[in-house]
Design a binder for this molecule. Structure first.
Ligand SMILES: [Mg+2]
Length: 230
């Protein structure tokens, strides 16, 4: 059976050091407020909701319109690109991520894309910096919807448009590192494999009963076996 594998980015494929620097700078450039992403738990959330939580936590009452989001997106992209270029922010592929994506590209019956709470511009910067961008077709992003469960079906639709054929939800597998990834998969009747490389230890993820659970992606054969047995 053909499978569309929808990867989460942060904590699943990549780890970012000092990602708060460009994020906070973009907040200040756009809204004139010194918001700090380190005051909230971003894991499994979407960037638009993260921004709203930062302001709520700082007790800043602010109305954000479409134009603000456009400016924030442009600022976030340029801040992220500059910080990565200067080495102030680093994004690296997690162990086994590149090998897994290469193996899936060479295997028959697998397609790979992303479902992430990142804005599309940041997702691209991160995946390029980690050397993973070329392996993943356009998926769904926090810039498409702030509500993570909306995203899997958007990624599925984009894949279908690109490939001119339909794929069933049961053929789609979300690979993520948080209970929110699992909830997004469940609400779309998709399968889910969770990995313990993010904030949540693998035991806690196992307790949520995903379709598959792995400590990390470093053993390519073990991941392929897990996917084959779904
Ligand atoms: Mg994640």
């Amino acid at each position: 059976m053909e499978r569309l594998i929808l990867f989460d980015i942060d904590g699943t494929l990549t780890r970012t050091e000092n990602g708060y620097l460009p994020f906070n700078e973009a907040i200040f450039q756009t809204f004139g407020i010194a918001g700090d992403i380190r005051t909230v738990v971003p894991d499994g959330n979407t960037d638009p909701l993260i921004i709203r939580e930062i302001f709520a936590k700082a007790e800043v009452d602010i109305v954000i319109d479409d134009n603000d989001w456009k400016r924030f997106t442009a600022n976030l992209q340029s801040c992220y690109q500059r910080h990565v270029r200067q080495g102030l922010t680093t994004v690296r592929a997690l162990p086994g991520a590149a090998e897994l994506l290469r193996a899936l590209a060479n295997a028959t019956g697998y397609a790979t894309s992303v479902v992430t709470g990142n804005f599309e511009v940041t997702a691209q910067v991160k995946l390029e910096a980690a050397g993973l961008f070329a392996y993943l077709s356009r998926g769904a992003y926090g810039s498409d919807s702030a509500h993570r469960p909306d995203l899997p079906v958007i990624a599925k639709r984009r894949w279908e448009e690109l490939n001119c054929r339909a794929i069933e939800p049961e053929q789609c597998v979300i690979i993520g590192d948080t209970p929110n990834d699992l909830a997004a998969a469940r609400s779309n009747q998709m399968k889910c494999v969770l990995v313990g490389t993010g904030r949540y230890p693998v035991e806690e993820l196992e307790y949520r009963q995903p379709d598959g659970c792995l400590a990390e992606l470093s053993d390519t054969q073990a991941v392929l076996m897990t996917l084959a047995n779904l």
